[in-house]
Ligand binder design. Structure first.
Ligand SMILES: [Zn+2]
Length: 807
């Protein structure tokens, strides 16, 4: 009773009849869309489906079978076997993952197209940058007539959403073996770039945990570690910062080589909402996304949902839940293509679940119990299993590819139009360029250089061209020095640069008029110059460019000159993404540390092992109680507990320093007896709300903790803080010293969204507490946010290399 239907496209007609039908369709109907009529070209008739191995033939079960997951080696093996058996499939290993597994791509198209891939890449390159042919429309039409829709399908970035990795094999098998007209049309008119998993390491982390716990109370739970070694679920928030090797491989070797018009990213959502989400996204959209991309997303998602309705698939919602604000999830929106997210309801990893109708819960813009314009077919509740998940995912992917094939010409022309608009001369009032100002001053500029170097490499990886002034020049009436970095807006990916360089003004969205704030799907700010401590100026008036293409100097990279202190990084079994990001940052900057888990902390004698213990951002209750004792094995459940709290207190008494980040500072308040109050504790969202924004802080420049940190703009004592689930401190005794304060309410918000800033204005953002021989240094915010907040990293690094601030 759960709306699972058979494959509606299974070929049941004779091949001869299908060929005839194909010929008729291609010559008479709207399928023939190009200006030059396409001749119906016969595909090679060789790939008999018998010769093409099914996933079951290779991995021993059918993707979607209950309680069965494939290892990454099995999935890679399947794609290699498919390549050997089918002339429609090319397999490539693009590189190695964080933990050393192969990161792979399957290119799937007609044999004729596969024989001609370099030509199709060239067409994409030209259409992506119409400067290459002076934006000549007649020339563009020739390229459009010849080109193919480039469809990139990415699976399995979130590894507990296990359907994605599995369905990749089904999608590939059907494309490689099916001879129906619709599949032939897809193969003729599209080049499909299938990434079977954006996180192969996580595939095995989840499979190993799942297999190990089958038949125990832990069956179907999340593994007790991050499923991406450094970033966990945040691996899908990396599509502009490009910090992780998997993101880099995907961007460098797929996106930037192929410039796909369509990217389909296959995900899963929770168990109890709608069964399947497709765009249109809900508001807000990030304003730098070109209008034609926005319209294309709406069109594609709606037609996919329409096709799924025709197949009788219930519970499909459009225009619900997911917004299109952050570029962190949408590289393609700024690179000429659309991103189609799909989110299928989950089971319990690979174990079936049952969701009674009355347990279905509302999401943004949809109540799954109620039919509405964007939710036309209600799912009646009942059992939901992996087979349903794989079925919906596959149906979605084929609906997308059918559209990509039928509207091939339109997708290519839109792609060209986006590029053409991006490279034209700027109009009155439009930004002409952004200038990245060179750091000034020698000794204190190390972090500024680090920031500008990282910002430049991000823009360059996003294919933004940066030029360097080889003499002084004037822009908007102001003189700028030699070596100023200039980012012109008239270039193919100028909008990507603009989105990252300007400040965000997130709209004040409410659940209902006058009601509480409506939660954004991710965070609300992504202004890299603020995060990275780089001064940037927007220039409106065109100026003549005194430029050279050569980079003027080699940026200096930071390296620790301090004596290596012994650092313990707390690693809860209830995995914290902030812990992973902290590890990543330390490794980037070659700072030695060792991880300390719950049982190590509980065992005490911490001062013998560590000088500093860092507790990354994590909910106070979760730090204390850890994983549920009812479901997880005894050796990993239970958190720090009272024994851990006592051991940490003893560590401070013995002269150790504890550093707590963001929510973990609430743990220090709750359990370590620090004389500090969190003024935001218990304040409802309608009175204070800050879901991932950049705020201004004022720092005590006499404290060693603030030494060398980049200052905001040209101020003497201002910096930024990444505020998301954050605190605001009020000391309750003289033992607590405020090292940084949030700015006044009227100047507090720099980028993003903030409600009720008056509640935190002037309150502590960093506090240092002296306790007997030791210290607790508490951050109200995340100083190492997702590897991006270079501006505040010095506070954290100073905290692990300085002695007490003197009064
Ligand atoms: Zn996901």
């Amino acid at each position: 009773m759960n709306a699972s239907s058979g494959d509606p496209m299974r070929p049941i007609l004779s091949l001869k009849f299908l060929s005839l039908l194909l010929a008729i369709l291609l010559t008479t109907s709207s399928f023939a869309q190009t200006n030059q009529p396409q001749k119906p070209r016969r595909l090679s008739s060789s790939p008999a489906s018998a010769a093409v191995p099914s996933p079951r033939d290779v991995i021993g079960f059918t993707p979607g079978d209950d309680r069965k997951l494939a290892s990454w080696a099995q999935i890679v093996d399947y794609f290699k076997r498919l390549e050997r058996a089918s002339n429609r499939v090319k397999f490539q290993e693009l590189g190695k993952t964080t933990l050393g597994r192969p990161f792979v791509l399957a290119i799937i198209s007609s044999p004729a197209n596969l024989a001609n891939l370099e030509r199709f890449k060239e067409i994409q390159r030209k259409l992506a940058d119409p400067r290459t042919f002076n934006s000549n429309d007649a020339e563009a039409e020739k390229l459009i007539a010849e080109g193919k829709t480039i469809v990139m399908i990415t699976c399995g970035i979130h590894s507990t959403e296990v359907g994605g990795n599995l369905v990749s094999m089904n999608i590939a098998h059907r494309l490689a073996s099916d001879d129906s007209p619709e599949t032939r049309e897809i193969l003729e008119r599209c080049i499909v770039l299938l990434v079977p998993s954006l996180n192969p390491d996580g595939n095995d982390i989840v499979k190993n945990w799942y297999d190990k716990t089958l038949g125990t109370p832990a069956e179907g739970t999340n593994p007790p570690e991050l499923y991406h070694h450094y970033t966990g679920h945040d691996n899908n928030r990396d599509w502009y910062a490009f910090t992780q090797v998997e993101t880099q491989l995907t961007v460098d070797k797929v996106h930037n080589v192929w410039h796909p018009q369509i990217v389909h990213d296959i995900h899963q959502q929770g168990e109890t909402g709608s069964r399947f989400f497709l765009p249109p996204y809900v508001e807000p959209w990030e304003p730098n996304v070109p209008p034609i991309i926005q319209a294309g997303v709406n069109f594609m998602g709606s037609t996919m949902a329409w096709e799924l309705a025709g197949e009788g698939k219930a519970g499909v919602v459009i225009n619900g839940v997911y917004d299109a604000w952050t570029p962190a999830r949408a590289y393609q929106h700024y690179h000429g293509g659309i991103r189609i997210l799909s989110e299928t309801a989950s089971a319990r990893i690979a174990s079936p679940t049952t969701v009674p109708f009355d347990k279905l819960t509302p999401q943004v813009n949809v109540d799954p119990k109620v039919r509405s314009w964007n939710f036309p077919l209600v799912w009646p509740g009942g059992e939901w299993k992996l087979a349903n998940i794989v079925d919906y995912m596959q149906a979605g992917a084929f609906a997308l590819m059918r559209n990509a094939a039928r509207y091939r010409e339109r997708w290519l022309r839109d792609f060209y139009l986006v590029g053409k608009d991006a490279v034209r001369e700027r109009r009155d009032g439009e930004a002409f360029a952004f200038l990245l100002l060179k750091p000034e001053g020698a000794g204190i500029a190390v972090w500024e250089r680090e920031g500008i170097s990282r910002l430049e490499s991000i823009l360059e990886r996003g294919q933004v061209n940066i030029v360097y002034a080889h003499s002084r020049f004037k822009a908007d009436g102001v003189e700028y020095p030699l070596d100023t970095r200039i980012v012109l807006m008239a270039q193919p990916y100028g909008a990507f640069a603009r989105a990252l360089l300007q400040r965000q003004q997130y709209p004040d969205l409410r659940e209902y008029p006058g009601g509480p704030p409506r939660r954004p799907y991710d965070v609300t700010a992504h202004t890299l110059p603020l995060l990275m401590g780089v001064r940037v100026v927007k220039v409106i008036e065109p100026f003549s460019l005194p430029v050279s293409d050569a980079r003027p100097d080699n940026p200096i990279h930071w390296s620790s000159s301090t004596q290596a202190p012994r650092i313990g990084l707390y690693k809860s079994n209830a995995a914290s993404m902030d812990e992973g990001w902290t590890r990543w940052m330390f490794e980037q900057f070659k700072i030695k540390y060792s991880s300390a888990n719950d049982s190590q902390i509980r065992a005490g004698k911490l001062r013998e092992q560590f000088d500093y213990i860092i507790i990354p951002a994590q909910n106070s209750q979760q730090i204390l109680n850890g994983l549920s004792k009812d479901r997880y094995p005894a050796e990993i459940s239970g958190g720090l507990g009272q024994a851990g709290v006592d051991a940490l207190k003893k560590f401070v008494e013995d002269g150790g320093t504890i550093i707590t980040l963001n929510e973990a500072s609430q743990f220090a308040i709750d359990h370590l007896g620090v004389p500090v109050r969190n003024v935001l504790e218990g304040v409802p969202a309608k009175d204070f709300y800050c879901p991932g924004s950049i705020l201004k802080i004022k720092v005590d420049t006499n404290s060693p903790i603030t030494r060398g940190a980049p200052k905001l703009e040209s101020s003497k004592d201002e910096s930024i803080a990444w505020v998301e689930g954050s605190l605001a401190f009020e000391p309750t005794s003289d033992d607590a010293r405020v090292i940084a304060r949030f700015a006044d309410a009227k100047e507090l918000l720099l980028s993003g969204w903030l409600l009720g800033g008056g509640k935190m204005a002037g309150k502590g953002a960093i506090v240092e507490v002296k306790r007997s021989k030791g210290r607790v240094i508490m951050f109200a915010f995340r100083p190492q946010y997702r590897g991006q907040s270079i501006a505040t990293l010095p506070f954290l690094f100073n905290a692990i290399s300085t002695s007490t601030t003197q009064r």
